[in-house]
Design a protein around this ligand. Sequence first.
Ligand SMILES: C[S@@+](CC[C@H](N)C(=O)[O-])C[C@H]1O[C@@H](n2cnc3c(N)ncnc32)[C@H](O)[C@@H]1O
Length: 140
Amino acid sequence: MGFYTDIILPRLCDLAMRNKQLVPFRTRVIAAAEGRVLEIGVGSGMNLPFYRSPVREILALEPSPPLVAMARRASRGPRMPVSFLGASAEAIPLDEHCIDTVVTTWTLCSIPQAADHIETGYIPGPKPMTFMYEGSARPD
Ligand SMILES: C[S@@+](CC[C@H](N)C(=O)[O-])C[C@H]1O[C@@H](n2cnc3c(N)ncnc32)[C@H](O)[C@@H]1O
């Protein structure tokens, strides 16, 4: 942790992810979510305004405390409860069988192994789980 990590990087991330050209992707991805959602790498919360019913709860995982603070602000005026998990995708602090949808957008260049963990049942769910991502470095 330091000036770059605590101050510069979160602001750069927030600024970059405010790009309006990303809105159609966010709209399409988040519209497919339902039930209890785990969003991995929620960043400054740019996806949060797009969630609608049948999403009933959002668990927002983000390891950067400054980005969690920004995402908390973005989660005000809630349509559904949002809980923040200050943790990394490599060690998700959740029990098994508790997630209906996993969302992650523009994170897999930082955490490519998360996709493998999740796709191989790292967080097995009672219903078929939707794993959604856009703009990742993964070819598939
Ligand atoms: C480019 S930003 C995308 C933020 C957000 N998903 C969006 O669409 O606006 C990448 C995010 O991944 C997060 N991240 C990086 N490594 C991570 C890890 N190991 N586990 C969870 N999130 C991580 C970063 O802190 C950052 O918030």
